[in-house]
Design a protein around this ligand. Structure first.
Ligand SMILES: [Zn+2]
Ligand SMILES: [Zn+2]
Length: 340
């Protein structure tokens, strides 16, 4: 458009000069050359200006487009980065509610999914209000991750700002380390005398009561038992090294959890299942200290106490002042942890 207007202006100028030429034929030759040159210079100047202006405008547009696109990409990345953080917060709240109320989740994966969806809906509103980005997201599924210390979430995300668009199914991996183990509180929910202090569980007489009402061997051994509260991956690997001097004592003091094919996964722990068919976790439950060895009771892995119910023998992990710190372990768990 601009170029067309300039051309017509040039045409008009030439036309008027042509008319003038007719009026003064004497100055014709020199005047013509002078006028022609001036016109050419003016025209070249205007043309150069237009080219420069267009170039500046288009390079400005490219810069603005690039920075818009960068900020859009950054916002989407930021949104995606926040999904596992929100999911972990949802799981933390869910486990704490479960522990407080002693009520198992009916379907933990669905509950996490629904609660995360609510958080994302709120986040979508914030992104729209603060950044003018329209984000629609749908939590598709919640499932066990690559190992029992991780849970994955799949989310369908659609983002839009102006002509920029983003469509993707995002898979987020959430570490469950640092979350509380809700299982003991659900297994002992009918006689909930157990307490937690933020790192450990003191069963008081809740676990011995559980053994007694389930007619299990020597409930008294687990009077005042203790166990870890917070999920932490045991770094003593391979597990047979627990049999080395003070390794098991160190593991118990640090409250580590272990991988176990028979132990419950975190999603099933939230549902109050003592065992499940997923690859899961086990934690060892420490009976009260004893002055003599020789007691037998149910083997002290949580899935054995809460689900499988087979017996084991006292195994000393530390001795001081005439008292033994013991675990009750069956042969297969002794072999697993190198305690033979
Ligand atoms: Zn360990
Ligand atoms: Zn499970």
């Amino acid at each position: 458009m601009k170029l067309i207007k300039i051309n017509s202006f040039f045409y008009k100028n030439n036309f008027s000069k042509n008319i003038k030429q007719k009026k003064s034929p004497i100055k014709c030759k020199k005047g013509n050359i002078f006028t022609g040159l001036t016109t050419l210079i003016v025209f070249s100047f205007i043309l150069t200006s237009i080219i420069l202006l267009n170039f500046t405008i288009s390079s400005n547009n490219i810069n603005t487009d690039a920075s818009n696109s960068n900020s859009f990409n950054y916002l989407i990345e930021d949104y995606n980065r926040n999904i596992p953080i929100s999911a972990k917060e949802v799981m933390k709240n869910l486990s704490e509610d479960t522990i407080k109320n002693h009520v198992p989740c009916y379907n933990s994966a669905n509950m996490i999914k629904d609660q995360l969806q609510k958080v994302l809906n709120e986040n979508n509103e914030k992104y729209k209000k603060n950044n003018g980005v329209i984000i629609e997201s749908e939590v598709l599924s919640v499932y066990n991750g690559k190992d029992p210390y991780h849970i994955n979430v799949k989310t369908l995300i659609h983002g839009q700002k102006g002509e920029m668009e983003y469509n993707n199914v995002v898979e987020s991996e959430i570490s469950i380390e640092g979350l509380k183990d809700p299982l003991p509180f659900l297994m002992c929910k009918d006689y909930p005398t157990l307490v937690e202090n933020g790192t450990k569980i003191s069963y008081n007489d809740a676990l011995s009561h559980y053994l007694a009402i389930n007619n299990l061997l020597n409930p008294d051994v687990y009077e005042n038992a203790t166990a870890s509260l917070i999920i932490k991956r045991c770094p003593i690997d391979p597990y047979e090294q627990h049999g080395h001097e003070f390794c098991m004592k160190n593991c118990i003091e640090n409250g580590y959890f272990h991988e176990s094919a028979d132990g419950s996964c975190y999603l099933c722990r939230l549902e109050g299942k003592g065992g499940c068919y997923h690859y899961g976790l086990e934690v060892l439950i420490l009976p009260h200290k004893v002055s003599t060895l020789g007691d037998t009771s149910i083997s002290g892995s949580d899935h054995v106490i809460f689900q499988d119910h087979y017996p084991g023998n006292s195994t000393s992990i530390y001795q001081a002042d005439g008292l033994y710190e013991i675990l009750i372990l069956d042969d297969s768990h002794k072999a697993k942890y190198g305690m033979v």
